[in-house]
Design a protein around this ligand. Structure first.
Ligand code: AMP
Ligand code: MG
Length: 536
């Protein structure tokens, strides 16, 4: 092999650290908390840890960056991805960014506990940045410790991979390492701090640039640097847009509106609630990023948020996500305005976001129902009636849609007393199924069957099509908690089991049926299973 690329070894990984090579960094080299101006990042080293232990890794992500699974099992790998060692070519840094948190400008935030190791160029000539989360404090750590606890790291590791396999744009997770250190957290913010095991996740993404990277520069009036960062982003991650110019900037913003809309449509498709859609948690590539107090809709409650910090305002609840996406894009538009100086086209892109979202949502819902495409004359009503009916009683979203494929669309209208068997599995509280409810969903089912017959699909085709869009397995909130309970005892087996499960979310996997069932009752109100705090 003449290629400079030798999969399997760590020391031959080729780095090309464009972000630090092309953009100005912080001239101050001290790692102390402060405002960092006129710079896009600060160089900083990960903190060494006492006894790193590899709990899990993702073979697919290892493959992307050219590392074999065998290599992932070596102590060198564990040392590297706990932050204890660096390899030649790495040039670690923390990014400077700001953000709007819960609707208000929060000033400088930055990578407070994330340290980018460098950008690997893989054998497909793609750049992938490696980032340790929980690897110690940086100039951006503010009043926090720069660390991460095991429970939040397990959640990030598993969910990144689950989302990817569901076909949803996301940052990835290479590894999960426990550090052997204890980290103090007040999980419920109730004055009862406690020691928890620390961990480091290595996240992997083509870029970790967020809306907030641009916002901070504009907030500080650093327009030259803003332009430099925009040009860099276009050159690195949007090369198809061509040479940076005002026209290119507008196309770029348009594309961000589109990819953000597409990402959120996917979230709505599978019932994912991000939980903290602050602008510092919005990827410029339209990737799902920063898995904190996220959750999955179990019963279809559009007003649900997993984030206890948001339980009153519910700003980031399931149904608000599309609108918040646009609000965040508006903040991005404001922050790039100084290099465009024309609000009209930016507003047009923001309006386009609505169209892209609405059309995409209609198409997505039509497909979930097993239709080839959205037909407004029938489907508008069908979809809006369904989304009104589902929250009336506690209905498991994943099971309902998955089982819809089992419905016999050629059957005679049923007695309203009996709901079709495939759907009954999705109800949490049979006592809620009143006459009135049964009549209403019964009417919906008859219209739905009629519309489905127009598709003229065989039973098998319909089944196959629907099962490709309606997952059988999602990372139910309680499942991540089961993995955490075991991981806290030093056992990574449930993480491995769930990682394997979420690698094939659309397959039947009869051996894993228990994970396709409704959330068990014990998990209804258990912390970590239904509600999560931001403490991580
Ligand atoms: P989040 O909303 O969790 O993505 O975090 C918001 C900001 O707080 C980001 O700038 C994070 O880097 C920072 N942050 C969160 N947790 C910690 C921590 N334990 N130590 C330092 N910074 C943190
Ligand atoms: Mg964040």
């Amino acid at each position: 092999m003449n290629s400079p690329f030798h999969p399997g070894t760590l020391d031959s990984l080729p780095f090309d650290n464009r972000f630090v090579n092309d953009l100005p960094g912080d001239p101050v080299r001290e790692n102390r908390r402060r405002q960092v101006t006129e710079a896009c990042y600060s160089r900083v080293y990960p903190q060494k840890v006492s006894s790193p232990d590899l709990l899990a890794f993702s073979p697919e992500v290892a493959e992307i960056i050219g590392i074999s699974s065998e290599t992932c099992k070596t102590s060198r790998f564990t040392n590297l991805f706990s932050g204890n060692k660096l390899i030649p070519g790495m040039d670690p840094y923390a990014m400077c960014y700001g953000g709007h948190q819960f609707g208000s400008w929060a000033g400088q935030l930055g990578d407070g506990r994330a340290i980018n190791l460098g950008e690997i160029v893989n054998n497909r000539d793609e750049h992938w940045t490696l980032q340790l989360k929980g690897a110690g404090s940086t100039p951006y750590s503010r009043s926090a410790d720069g660390l991460a606890v095991l429970r939040s790291s397990v959640r990030e590791f598993l969910c990144s991979e689950a989302m990817h396999h569901l076909g949803i744009p996301t940052t990835r997770a290479l590894s999960l390492v426990t550090t052997g250190e204890q980290v103090v957290r007040d999980m419920f913010y109730d004055g009862n701090p406690k020691e928890e095991p620390g961990a480091v996740v290595c996240r992997v993404s083509p870029s970790f640039i967020r809306f907030g990277n641009f916002e901070i520069l504009t907030a500080r009036g650093e327009t030259d640097l803003l332009q430099q960062l925009i040009d860099f982003t276009i050159r690195s991650d949007f090369p198809h847009l061509g040479k940076p110019s005002t026209a290119t900037y507008l196309q770029w913003f348009n594309e961000i509106c589109r990819t953000t809309a597409e990402m959120i449509i996917h979230w709505m498709r599978v019932g994912f609630v991000h939980g903290v859609m602050n602008t510092d948690n919005m990827s410029i590539l339209g990737l799902t990023i920063d898995y904190g107090p996220y959750g999955w809709l179990e019963n279809f409650d559009p007003g649900w948020t997993p984030n206890t910090t948001d339980s009153h305002g519910k700003r980031y609840c399931f149904k608000n996500q599309p609108h918040i996406g646009q609000w965040n894009l508006l903040q991005l538009a404001n922050s790039i305005y100084p290099v465009i100086n024309d609000a009209v086209p930016l507003k047009e892109s923001l309006a386009l976001y609505n169209d892209i979202f609405q059309n995409g949502w209609n198409e997505m819902m039509a497909k979930k129902l097993g239709f080839t495409g959205f037909k407004p004359e029938s489907d508008n009503n069908l979809i809006s009636e369904l989304t009104t009916i589902l929250p009336l009683v506690e209905t498991d979203m994943t099971i309902f849609f998955r089982n819809l494929a089992e419905l016999d669309i050629h059957s005679e209208p049923q007695n309203r007393e009996d709901l079709p068997a495939p759907l009954t599995e999705s109800y949490y509280r049979p006592e809620q199924l009143t006459e009135e409810y049964k009549n209403r969903i019964g009417r919906w089912i008859e219209s739905y069957k009629q519309r489905s017959r127009q598709e003229k699909l065989s039973r098998e085709e319909r089944h196959r099509k629907m099962n490709r869009i309606n997952p059988k397995y999602v990372l139910r909130n309680y499942m991540a908690q089961l993995a955490i309970d075991e991981a806290e005892k030093g056992n990574g087996a449930v993480i491995d089991e769930l990682l394997e499960l979420v690698r094939h979310p659309y397959d039947e996997q009869p051996e894993n049926k228990k994970y396709a069932a409704r959330r068990p009752d014990w998990a209804r109100n258990r912390p970590g299973c239904s509600m999560l705090s931001c403490s991580s």
